[in-house]
Design a protein around this ligand. Sequence first.
Ligand code: 5RP
Length: 228
Amino acid sequence: MGVEEIKKAAAREALSFVEDDMVVGLGTGSTTAHFIRLLGKKVMEEELEIYGIPTSHQSRLLAIESGIPIVSLEEVDAIDLAVDGADEVDPGLNLIKGRGAALTMEKIIEYRAGTFLVLVDESKLVERLGQKMPVPIEVIPAAWRAIAEELEVFNAEAELRMAVKKDGPVITDNGNFILDARFAMIEDPLDMEMELNSIPGVVENGIFADIADVVLVGTPEGVRRLER
Ligand code: 5RP
């Protein structure tokens, strides 16, 4: 079984969390893309009244293409469920997110969701956050250099993320830059998440401590369910 099939199996399992009349936060990335496509199919086949709240241009375009009616955060009183991928998951279900640079809107929506469901394949499971991936930090462009220097206090080395099919840095959906910060050690994810957000010029960071409710882990043997 290839990795895309494994991600798709986790996405299929996530459909069992969806009920009629729900407002569903739609995450960003390749795993969530499988979920959005499958959700569109389910909405059409079962004639469900589901509204999606996208976390990025990527998920908005995909939701439209998949036939999922979309609403904005300003239009809803509550978000029932949010579904998203992650770059790392530790044993306490703390996450690193933001490889797709959509972390700010993802956190705004997932923090408010009644249930935040995470979909990963088992390569994303780590013993401690920062083991494999840097922490993405969305910053106000004019402050990027000052913030990169400030991060040295935390023993982190930060790099400005560069675009691939555009000259210069990645520009987020909110018009900001991304710093990718490699930490020698993240001992307390919640504490680090708060500390990073207290640096002036930081918009949001990719540590999602204590907000995931359920993680569905795709493996060649099937989908495992982790709960806090
Ligand atoms: C985007 C994210 C993604 O959810 C995360 O990078 C996982 O993506 P994928 O499912 O493609 O591995 O945080 O900002």
